[in-house]
Design a binder for this molecule. Structure first.
Ligand code: ZN
Length: 126
């Protein structure tokens, strides 16, 4: 039996609280270490410095920058996720159209492939 299974709910709750306090203390420590220092984005080199009036911690400022930095892989991943969401919506709409279209549609593989290519092209144009 593992160590985790021997713990009661109260013990787990106490351990969870203790760890949350430790994480909070470590965040304060990191913020103190960043205080008065320059922080750079390693992908584009954008610099935030102590001379700027920054209301949040430097780590939070850098996190916000990373979300919008065009050279950071996370930005590219977010762009791809948005594109895939659009494509999924188009495909779901296309499936609904095929399923509920009131007129009989002559199923033609070549025509359907052409429609899918047109949809793909219009997604690229967006
Ligand atoms: Zn950057």
């Amino acid at each position: 039996m593992s160590e985790m299974r021997k713990m009661t709910w109260d013990e787990l709750a106490h351990e969870n609280t203790t760890q949350k306090i430790e994480i909070g203390n470590l965040k304060y420590w990191v913020n103190d270490l960043h205080l008065g220092m320059y922080i750079n984005c390693v992908y584009c080199g954008h610099r935030y410095g102590p001379d700027k009036d920054v209301p949040a911690s430097m780590a939070d400022v850098l996190k916000k920058h990373i979300e919008k930095c065009p050279k950071h892989p996370l930005y590219e991943a977010n762009q791809e996720i948005e594109q895939l969401k659009k494509e999924k919506e188009w495909l779901l709409n296309y499936c609904l159209f095929l399923e509920y279209h009131p007129f009989p549609i002559v199923r033609n593989e070549e025509v359907e492939i052409n429609i899918l290519h047109q949809m793909q092209q219009s997604l690229k144009d967006q």
